[in-house]
Design a protein around this ligand. Structure first.
Ligand code: ATP
Length: 324
């Protein structure tokens, strides 16, 4: 392998820039060429490439988002689109690619590899942490810290006005962010897709909290929660059934995906970039690099995206005990 292409695809996440920097500099260290591919697979189809050296990635380790831009490409879902993409890689003599993204991006990488036998390596970049084969995806730790900071602020106003807040956080179909920020932010209840609390138990819990003398309550709701009502319907439901609280809703939204990556994410991104490039140089392909037991490990891409849950339900019990 003499030339590696790197791209970011799907939703952006803090730490993607730090990973790009690491891929580029690891290539430079091993004296092979590196090409940045803009706008994910779409840029590959359009030949939107830029040669990158160690200096091209200065000053980005602390920046959120991705300097290579990200995109969702419908065209790459078609055989004709992928053919164009491969032709562009050949023209540029790119003989392997590192894909920084989520499960959709990894699926695309696998399809591409099967069709053209080009070596691919995945780096998990998503705040949702919904990928198997790594305890942390890139951006997840930063998102946790961002959300906890906001919950602390909301609690200030909640307790000044004896209010109950439903705070909706991101996470797609998994409850990693909700569960962890719930414990860290001292939430009364945490609603996650992996365990349906039920409306009765929610009300019971809120009554208990009020009776125990608490003046404010925070309920963290994962966006993928299956309680059967969205946060606004939950507010209406609780308004109807409880007069003790004034209820408010806060949907945190895209601010959770932004900001400067945490120290943890910067270190993780640096390690992942090194491992991804060096694994390609060792002749490996169709793996994802991940953090397991504090070691950089490889998991086959198809296993990483199969969607096994790695949620730690013990945290729900910890959360319950903490709200005594
Ligand atoms: P996030 O988790 O942040 O949404 P993601 O990587 O899962 O990130 P997707 O939009 O699902 O984001 O996928 C990114 C891109 O990967 C798609 O726009 C498409 O170009 C490509 N892709 C996804 N699935 C396939 C597939 N089955 N075949 C070919 N390409 C695919």
């Amino acid at each position: 392998i003499k030339k590696i292409g790197v791209l970011t695809s799907g939703g952006d996440a803090p730490g993607m820039n730090a990973a790009i920097r690491s891929v580029v500099r690891t290539c430079a260290y091993h004296e092979i060429e590196c090409v940045g591919i803009y706008r994910g697979y779409q840029g590959m189809i359009e030949g939107d490439f830029e040669t990158m050296d160690a200096r091209s990635v200065k000053g980005i380790i602390n920046k959120g988002g991705t300097i290579l831009k990200s995109a969702r490409s419908k065209e790459f879902m078609t055989e004709a689109g992928r053919k164009k993409a491969y032709a562009n890689l050949q023209k540029e003599n790119i003989d392997a690619i590192v894909v920084i993204g989520g499960d959709g991006s990894f699926t695309g990488a696998m399809v591409f590899n099967q069709e053209f036998d080009i070596p691919v390596m995945g780096i998990p970049g998503t705040i949702d942490n919904d990928i198997y084969g790594t305890t942390h995806t890139l951006g997840y730790d930063t998102a946790l810290n961002t959300v906890v900071e906001v919950i602390d602020k909301i609690r200030d106003t909640a307790s000044s006005h004896d209010r109950l807040f439903f705070i909706e956080v991101m996470g797609r179909d998994v409850g990693h962010i909700a569960l962890n920020v719930g414990v860290a932010g001292g939430a009364e209840e945490v609603l996650i897709p992996e365990e349906n609390l039920g409306l009765d138990r929610l009300l019971e819990s809120l009554h208990r909290s009020k009776a125990s003398g608490k003046s404010s309550s925070i309920v963290v709701v994962a966006e993928g929660d299956k309680i059967g009502k969205n946060v606004f319907e939950l507010k209406d439901y609780v308004d109807e059934h409880m007069s003790e609280y004034e209820v408010r809703v806060s949907v945190l939204g895209h601010m959770q995906r932004g900001g400067s990556p945490s120290c943890f994410d910067r270190v993780l991104a640096s390690r992942m970039g090194v491992k991804a490039v060096e694994s390609l140089l060792e002749g490996k392909s169709t793996f994802m690099v991940g953090l397991l037991n504090d070691i950089m490990d490889l998991t086959p891409l198809d296993q990483a995206i199969k969607g096994q849950s790695k949620i730690n339900l013990e945290l729900l019990r910890v959360s319950d005990i903490m709200t005594t």
